[in-house]
Design a protein around this ligand. Structure first.
Ligand SMILES: O=C(O)c1cc(=O)[nH]c(=O)n1[C@@H]1O[C@H](COP(=O)(O)O)[C@@H](O)[C@H]1O
Length: 271
């Protein structure tokens, strides 16, 4: 099934817009996993199993694996998620952007090697840098639009003939690049006004990956009001650190599950 069909079904079936981000920081991982050769895989797998009932998908961040020479563990994790939770979209956060010949290799990596449903990419190099991903016709391509970090304003807020650059990106993706119907946009929860502007510009059907709640302080009520479509879905609202390293009285997997459930419920209360 295509990325968009998988995502639409997951929103309904899970009754959740929460995406759990898998950003395994080895300095923050539980002591009980220390010294295991597969500690990164084990940590993420246990988070996945604990939070799966409360999410519409998972988003591993490739840098946390590559920095530890743990791409093999990322491969195992992606295979585990695809096999065990085939109904949940797997978005690989890689934020790639390069000329077409190199992008072809990146696309093979993310969709072939890791078998992700979707990938995050930068729009900076333009249409021909995104085309190789679109050759994988059933896979999603989620383009950075208004990122959650303050420095995103340096370029994304630049006015181009009276239109801010991030809205140009939204328009390009929705109306030109989306040849497969599998494209999405990244808009940070820390910018609800811009999130509303993007939703208005692209209409109902383009899914938005919305990081920035939790550790980055984005407001859930404002995010839901700004980014939902008319079906009260339309967003993968990502939280990573606030769930992975949640504190609680029981085992760390219970704390993560409780944080995921609470976040899902907060989102549902506001959409
Ligand atoms: O593409 C992303 O996922 C992304 C885009 C963006 O604008 N801001 C952003 O924080 N992210 C990612 O979303 C995750 C946010 O993590 P937390 O701040 O811990 O919830 C990290 O993996 C970031 O790399």
């Amino acid at each position: 099934m295509s990325f968009i069909n998988t995502l639409n079904a997951a929103w309904i079936k899970s009754n959740s817009l929460l995406m759990v981000g898998l950003d395994p920081d080895i300095t923050k991982m539980p002591a009980e996993l220390a010294g295991r050769p597969d500690s990164i895989f084990q940590f993420c797998k246990q988070i996945v199993d604990a939070t799966a009932p409360f999410v519409c998908g998972f988003k591993p961040q490739i840098a946390y694996f590559a920095a530890e020479r743990a791409e093999g563990q990322l491969e195992d994790l992606c295979a585990y998620i695809r096999e065990t939770y085939p109904q949940l979209p797997l978005v690989l956060d890689a934020k790639r952007g390069d000329i077409g010949a190199t992008a072809t290799q990146y696309a093979k990596e993310v969709f072939g090697r890791y078998n992700a449903h979707a990938v995050t990419v930068s729009p900076y190099l333009g249409a021909d840098s995104v085309d190789p991903y679109l050759e994988w016709e059933d896979r999603g391509v989620i383009v950075l639009c208004r990122t959650s970090n303050p420095g995103g304003s340096d370029l994304q807020f630049l006015m181009t003939d009276g239109v801010p650059l991030y809205l140009r990106v939204a328009d390009l993706v929705a109306n030109k690049w989306n040849k497969t119907g599998q494209c999405g946009l990244v808009v940070g929860a820390t910018f609800p006004k811009e999130l509303a502007a993007v939703r208005k510009a692209v209409g109902n059907d383009i899914p938005l990956l919305v990081p920035g709640i939790g550790a980055q302080g984005g407001d859930i009520a404002a995010t839901c009001a700004a980014g939902c479509n008319t079906q009260k879905t339309g967003m993968m609202i990502n939280s990573s650190r606030a769930i992975l390293y949640a504190k609680g009285p029981g085992h760390w997997t219970e704390a993560a599950a409780a944080a995921a459930k609470q976040t899902r419920d907060d989102i549902n209360a506001h959409r």
